[in-house]
Write a protein that binds this ligand. Structure first.
Ligand SMILES: CC(C)(COP(=O)(O)OP(=O)(O)OC[C@H]1O[C@@H](n2cnc3c(N)ncnc32)[C@H](O)[C@@H]1OP(=O)(O)O)[C@@H](O)C(=O)NCCC(=O)NCCS
Length: 145
């Protein structure tokens, strides 16, 4: 399949929001995002982060949101959101998006890239491990207020 990775344009945001809603509604996330809130969310990322999208012969196939921030003596990269449309998963779209994000972050001087995912997302964890990511010893905590 022909895949091309490019910067996200404002006209892509509705398509990105649709993939966002559909993919995060599935296990292991089971998150109920309305299309309206997802559009607001991706618009925030559009202004504050970098979004790359994948064009495929079936249309917009996936997206990756990332940012960099100063951390100690160097810049850290963060993969913030990342999803490929279900019908296109397993065909290399995610690999190309992640490669392009890593390349862009390295160009900015980033020396390490972090991401957070639920530990029940076995497929995604395997995907990241195959691409050199290791599980860290950080703990994520929360409380309702
Ligand atoms: C995780 C995700 C982004 C990966 O994207 P992708 O386009 O499926 O990734 P690729 O096709 O490049 O690679 C998928 C890997 O699974 C394998 N695979 C085989 N069949 C597959 C299938 N039906 N579905 C998914 N992956 C499959 C591929 O061979 C590849 O193996 P590798 O890691 O050894 O190379 C994508 O699956 C996804 O959007 N999942 C739902 C949302 C999610 O979990 N996001 C991560 C948030 S941090």
């Amino acid at each position: 399949m022909e895949i091309s990775i490019r910067s996200c344009h404002r006209e892509d945001l509705a398509g990105v929001a649709t993939i966002f809603c559909e993919e995060y509604a599935k296990p292991p996330y089971n998150l109920k995002w309305s299309e309206k809130n997802a559009r607001t969310k991706v618009l925030e990322h559009f202004h504050g982060d970098t979004i790359l999208v994948a064009d495929t012969e079936k249309g917009l196939g996936g997206f990756i949101v990332f940012r960099s921030a100063l951390w100690g003596e160097s810049d850290h990269g963060y993969i913030v959101e990342f999803a490929v449309a279900s019908e296109l998963q397993g065909q290399g779209v995610g690999s190309q998006l992640l490669d392009a994000a890593e390349k862009a972050l390295k160009k900015r001087g980033v020396t390490e890239i972090e991401l957070v995912d639920v530990n029940t997302n076995a497929d995604a964890c395997e995907f990241y491990k195959h691409r050199g990511y290791d599980v860290t010893d950080f703990v994520r905590m929360k409380k309702p207020v």
